[in-house]
Ligand binder design. Structure first.
Ligand SMILES: Nc1ncnc2c1ncn2[C@@H]1O[C@H](COP(=O)(O)OP(=O)(O)OP(=O)(O)O)[C@@H](O)[C@H]1O
Ligand SMILES: [Mg+2]
Length: 289
């Protein structure tokens, strides 16, 4: 073998060894809230863009059973969902849509609910296709929708980390506490984002209210990963169907989300390696048994 060929082979070996050591390493983060309308979807989309700007590959799963929120925020046309994958009408790569900065979006649609009734063969098929996604992503963000329904809890249980979005509205705070109480026995690291603040003190006070209650009554300490200011450009960007990190990169809300992304990347206090998407799906499946 020539020197060059030898080097080439070594290089290929190194690359394939590298590849084998990474699969299944995506950080799977659920984004949820007690009360609806607090800014989860805007946060999820813009966090994905912030992480992507930092050089990470990000996939969003829109697991909100209501409207296709993420599609609307990104101005994407209605399209296929996980339901079509489960019915074998489409492959995962056919339903995957690319958003700004190369972020990928998977729409759950009613497929999220269909996961309840999968046969072992169907389950394996889904795991195989999602595993591929896992290998390609550093971060998988799941917009779970609001509230305490079974699907939301399953997605949280299957994730390693949960970001609870809350505002200073008292019902948002009490509903966030109710959500945290409900999932307090799960092995998931809980982080709090306070949205729509008028001052840092307000963000701090809202976080302290929640953390004091969870520490006292649930023996569970929350972690604050940042605040996002009330910002008129958020509404404008929703209207324009362009995420604020793209349309208004220097606005207050963008800076807030970027700081949160930096905090998340720096902070790796999550309970266990994700085990990838197969573990994720198996956990969801197990919850339904
Ligand atoms: N930081 C902010 N500043 C100003 N307005 C905001 C901010 N965050 C969210 N909003 C407003 O709140 C609205 C709802 O946001 P979003 O759709 O992200 O909430 P959600 O929690 O995903 O709602 P749902 O529970 O219905 O899915 C936005 O359309 C926007 O008008
Ligand atoms: Mg939403």
């Amino acid at each position: 073998m020539t020197d060059q060929a030898f080097k080439l082979r070594e290089l290929i070996n190194i690359n394939s060894a590298k590849k084998e050591s990474v699969p299944g390493d995506a950080r799977i983060i659920a984004v949820s809230s007690g009360k609806g309308g607090v800014g989860k979807t805007n946060f999820t989309v813009n966090l994905a863009i912030a992480l992507s700007k930092m050089g990470h590959s990000v996939t969003i799963i829109d697991a909100d059973l209501g409207l296709a929120n993420i599609d609307i925020l990104l101005g994407l046309v209605p399209r296929y969902t996980l339901t079509h994958v489960l019915k074998q009408e489409k492959t995962l790569s056919e339903i995957l849509v690319e958003g700004p900065n190369g972020i990928k979006i998977v729409s759950g649609g009613s497929g999220v609910m269909d996961m309840v009734n999968l046969s072992p063969t169907e389950l394996n098929r889904l795991i195989d296709s999602l595993e591929h996604l896992n290998n390609e992503s550093d971060y998988i963000l799941i917009d779970t929708g609001a509230g305490l329904n079974h699907s939301v809890i399953s997605f949280i249980q299957a994730s390693q980390e949960l970001v609870v979005v809350v505002t200073s509205d008292p019902t948002s705070i009490t509903d966030a506490y109710a959500l945290i109480k409900n999932i307090s026995k799960l092995d998931v690291s809980i982080k709090v984002v306070v949205n729509r603040i008028e001052s840092n003190k307000e963000g701090h006070d809202v976080f302290e209210k929640i953390n004091t209650a969870t520490t006292k009554f649930l023996k569970l300490e929350m972690e604050s990963i940042g605040y996002i200011y009330e910002d008129q450009n958020v509404k404008k960007s929703v209207k324009k169907q362009v995420p604020f990190l793209v349309g208004f990169p220097n606005t207050l809300a963008s800076r807030g989300v970027e700081l949160i992304a930096e905090n998340l990347v720096r902070n790796s206090t999550y309970s266990q390696p994700s085990g990838g998407f197969s573990t994720f799906i198996k956990k969801i499946f197990k919850n339904k048994q």
